[in-house]
Design a protein around this ligand. Structure first.
Ligand SMILES: NC(=O)c1ccc[n+]([C@@H]2O[C@H](COP(=O)([O-])OP(=O)(O)OC[C@H]3O[C@@H](n4cnc5c(N)ncnc54)[C@H](OP(=O)(O)O)[C@@H]3O)[C@@H](O)[C@H]2O)c1
Length: 229
């Protein structure tokens, strides 16, 4: 897809992978709606920051109502917002479990169901879901987060088969560890320079978005190499 003048929605846009996606899409000439729960610092004539908790359906519907009223349809949805709580299974609180599922899984459904009718109608669109390598294999003390990301993988795999005959692409992204704020809830892992950088992941997402009309990367697993210099 040629990205210039396309309409993109990116969730979790105020930092990390989401912010890098926003910047790269703006560089390519897209109009970008960033969905943020908190602070929006980016200023750009084609950037619009909207506030919503992605796990709150009423808030998602309110922002999507506005975007669809203005544009009719969106071309790109990047379901990026997410978080992880870690620890032994019995130590996870109910609040942590539900927050992870509301944000990482239900949030994707809430946005996807709103963009699909317009994408199908225009016979074009691309939905990118950010899973994790924690959606490919289990890790000790990561049970709840792994469960959400396995759900993202299942949702994405079913969805791509469901919508490809309508001209709509679905790509699920599985990054290894990325140097962002994500590890703030982890007692054992701290972000460091040997991890992927958020711009590495964003570059792969843009690569997927720019794929020609007749195919798309369905699954993108991205892993870091050995420590840098
Ligand atoms: N970092 C990694 O190692 C890694 C690896 C694989 C996959 N991922 C996935 O990549 C995605 C982005 O994470 P990141 O590494 O960029 O982490 P990050 O820097 O912590 O950014 C996460 C973003 O999601 C937003 N968010 C969280 N809960 C939200 C909610 N309920 N409603 C709206 N926005 C919400 C955050 O907003 P606030 O600032 O308001 O919290 C923030 O903008 C997540 O889905 C994560 O699971 C990360």
């Amino acid at each position: 897809m040629e990205l210039k003048n396309k309409i993109a929605v990116v969730t979790g846009a105020n930092k990390g992978i989401g912010l890098e996606c926003v910047k790269m899409l703006l560089e390519k000439g897209a109009t970008v709606y960033g969905i943020c729960r908190s602070g929006c610092s980016l200023q750009h004539e084609k950037y619009h920051c909207l506030h919503a908790d992605v796990g709150n359906q009423a808030q998602v519907d309110a922002v999507m109502d506005g975007i669809l009223h203005t544009h009719g349809a969106v071309d790109i949805l990047i379901n990026n917002a997410g978080l992880g709580y870690f620890g032994m299974c019995e130590e996870l609180s109910l609040e942590q479990w539900h927050e992870m599922f509301n944000t990482n899984v239900s949030g994707i459904f809430y946005f996807t169901r709103r963009v699909l009718p317009g994408m199908k109608k225009q016979d074009s669109g691309h939905i990118v879901n950010i899973a994790s390598i924690a959606g490919l294999e289990g890790y000790q003390q990561v049970s709840g987060y792994c469960a959400t990301k396995f759900a993202v993988r299942g949702f994405s795999d079913a969805l791509y088969k469901e919508v490809r005959d309508f001209g709509v692409k679905v790509t699920c992204v599985y990054p290894g560890s990325v140097k962002t704020d994500f590890f703030r809830h982890s007692a054992n892992i701290k972000a460091h320079d040997n991890m992927l950088m958020p711009e590495d992941v964003a570059a792969q997402i843009v690569y997927a978005l720019e794929s020609p009309a007749n195919y798309h990367p369905v699954n993108l697993e991205i892993r870091p190499l050995k420590p840098r210099g």
